[in-house]
Design a protein around this ligand. Structure first.
Ligand SMILES: [Zn+2]
Ligand SMILES: [Zn+2]
Length: 336
């Protein structure tokens, strides 16, 4: 696109700022209505999904360097025919892990410094790791969802100041997850020092994408074995579903790996006839196998696939049908 004009006032981005939040500030400073209006001028579209390859155009328009823009978060980039989103230098690979339609916020961070933090766009980041308060996604006055079309990070379009927070006790596991995510992206030791244990250390060593996939697989895919419906895996969980998911995942991780064996054994015997066939066994486990192979294939997540396969092998052997010689059994053996 031929960009004929540039903004007058240049702003400095923050290292932990979201790209669209930065553009909200640039738009306001330069008397444009909103970030979507700025995007429309430069890219021809108001969508909050901004492709990584458009950075040069945006940087030019905003009078920033390409380097300054590249440190911002939330850009979408495609490779291997899949979209990826960058958050503080790490790439996320599942759209359920990202909230880019909503503009959530920690009221206390906004009060300290009014800009949109990159972390707030992670779906599994529900509490501010530093202030331990819930992120808000609605205006406390007009109750509309916080949108990217507002003109300032710290004010709703109804003029309500967003930097005041209500006291809501955090859900401990959700707060812990938020702290681990924030630690991973900022290396702020103080976030996990007080609750350091083996589990926290293991989780903190995972990439954010790997951590989200672990929670998703253990808290969502495994407990719902045999109950998948169409669209499963694409829907972002609501607060209650998320809380349950986290509880299940942490329960598995706290008693790792024995509890994985127990839940697999229980679900398989619940879902299948006592004399289950290799076909039924394979069919039931197909969604889990698929998720493991397609999404948990990185070395950092090998600990999950390894234990999963070991337990399935044990369950299969215990079922006593190891000499049936069926082609499905051979297939299962090979896959284990
Ligand atoms: Zn905060
Ligand atoms: Zn409002």
């Amino acid at each position: 696109m031929n960009i004929l004009s540039r903004v007058t006032h240049r702003l400095e981005p923050n290292a932990d700022e979201s790209a669209i939040g930065f553009m909200m500030r640039v738009a306001h400073k330069n008397r444009l209505k909103s970030a979507p209006e700025l995007l429309k001028r430069v890219l021809g579209s108001e969508s909050p999904v901004i492709l990584h390859q458009r950075i040069p155009d945006l940087a030019f328009f905003c009078r920033n360097t390409i380097d300054e823009f590249q440190q911002l978060s939330g850009f979408e980039k495609w490779w291997d025919a899949e979209p990826h989103w960058v958050i503080q230098g790490e790439w996320l690979t599942k759209s359920v892990f990202i909230q880019n339609q909503l503009s959530r916020a920690c009221p206390m961070c906004l009060d300290q410094s009014p800009y949109i933090r990159a972390l707030w766009s992670l779906s599994f980041y529900k509490y501010c790791a530093w202030h331990e308060c819930a992120l808000i996604d609605r205006c406390p006055k007009c109750h509309r969802t916080l949108d990217w079309d507002r003109s300032r990070p710290e004010f709703c379009n109804c003029n309500q100041y967003l930097g005041e927070h209500s006291l809501e006790l955090p859900q401990p596991e959700s707060l812990l997850l938020s702290k681990v995510i924030a630690y991973r992206l900022t290396q702020d030791q103080s976030l996990i020092q007080t609750q350091s244990n083996q589990l926290v250390e293991q989780l903190a060593a995972l990439s954010v994408d790997g951590l989200c996939k672990t929670i998703w697989f253990l808290g969502h895919c495994i407990p719902e074995l045999g109950q998948y419906s169409t669209g499963h895996g694409r829907k972002r969980p609501n607060d209650q579903v998320f809380a349950n998911m986290l509880q299940s995942a942490f329960a598995l991780l706290r008693n790792w790996p024995e509890s994985l064996g127990r839940i697999l054994d229980k679900s398989i015997h619940q879902e299948l006839h006592p004399q289950f066939s290799a076909v039924a066994f394979h069919y039931l486990l197909r969604p889990l196998d698929h998720y493991l192979k397609s999404s948990l294939d990185s070395p950092e997540l090998a600990f999950i696939g390894h234990m999963y396969e070991q337990y399935l092998h044990q369950i299969w052997l215990k079922s006593g049908r190891r000499n049936s010689g069926s082609r499905y059994e051979k297939q299962l053996r090979l896959e284990f």
